[in-house]
Design a protein around this ligand. Structure first.
Ligand SMILES: [Zn+2]
Length: 290
């Protein structure tokens, strides 16, 4: 499932397992920055939910899969803004509700995909909430959106979220980790090896914090790399990214991404924390001098 899509492998595996074991939650939120990936992932899941194969789903060859792929399966419904930028209003959700009460035509399941779910206005979301509170057994609802932040808390609590691309993962580093990561990388760009060692010292006793800080570093380094490749700043870029681009070449940025990843791997292997900190410090300083 999702082999040809740019879906985070961990998310893909989690969804696939749930589908195969027939325990996919009745309401899911697919969150990700790429619209085509969201759409394709929702279609793939919908297809798997109606697939008639006794083996791995979606099989892609049964009559139901073929109809799903041709957008002609009678039990797959798409709800979307009437035009780009328009809200999805309560009437659309009332129609969904009426359709959800009918028995499926062609199998055991009806699947409703609400595309651009963040465009549901509050009344629409409240109407959807009623359906999520008492879903009919044959109903699956897929909400796809760039970010679930625009959805009501009450909706979020009744649906299972899946981050399709790991940059939008819900385990994004917290503010403390982001700030520490910025300080670290800023020091790496402008300071000495000793400054870097001092900046790392608060992490000496906290394995979890160090790991989230390294993940945050990777996101910042990735932005700097994207900007370097694009040759211009992205929107809302912060000054750490700017400093990194100014001081380091693309090759050095890539090497730093690799360095943070090896430290993350070492952390997950439970290697000695002080040793990893020292490795990071000398590795990163070496890359800057290279
Ligand atoms: Zn099939």
């Amino acid at each position: 499932m999702f082999e040809s899509l740019a879906v985070d492998p961990k998310t893909a595996a989690a969804i696939d397992l749930a589908v195969q074991e027939n325990r996919l939650p009745h309401a899911l939120i697919l969150e990700g920055s790429d619209e085509q990936t969201r759409l394709a992932a929702a279609k793939e899941i919908a297809c798997a939910l109606v697939c008639a194969s006794g083996g791995h789903k979606p099989c892609g060859v049964c009559a139901k899969c073929r109809k799903a792929k041709a957008d002609s399966h009678p039990d797959l419904y798409l709800i979307e803004p009437e035009k780009a930028g328009a809200f999805i209003k309560v009437d659309a959700i009332r129609t969904l509700k009426a359709q959800s009460m009918l028995r499926p035509n062609d199998g055991e399941r009806s699947v409703f995909h609400i595309r651009e779910a963040q465009m549901m206005n509050v009344q629409a979301q409240n109407a959807l909430l009623k359906i999520l509170e008492e879903p009919a057994a044959h109903v699956s609802i897929i909400l796809s959106c760039p970010s679930k932040a625009a959805l009501l808390e009450t909706i979020l609590s009744r649906a299972t979220g899946f981050a399709l691309q790991n940059e939008t993962a819900s385990e994004l580093p917290n503010e403390e980790a982001k700030e520490t990561a910025k300080t670290l990388l800023q020091t790496l760009a402008d300071g000495s090896e000793l400054d870097l060692l001092l900046a790392l010292s608060p992490l000496q006793k906290d394995r979890v914090l160090f790991s989230t800080v390294l993940s945050a570093c990777r996101l910042i380094l990735r932005d700097a790399l994207v900007e370097t490749a694009a040759g211009k700043p992205l929107r809302d870029t912060d000054k750490t990214v700017f400093s990194l681009r100014r001081r380091l070449t693309q090759k050095q940025l890539l090497a730093l991404m690799d360095e943070t990843q090896s430290e993350l791997d070492a952390l997950s292997r439970n290697a000695n924390l002080n040793l990893i900190l020292t490795c990071f410090c000398s590795g990163a300083s070496g890359i800057r001098r290279s």
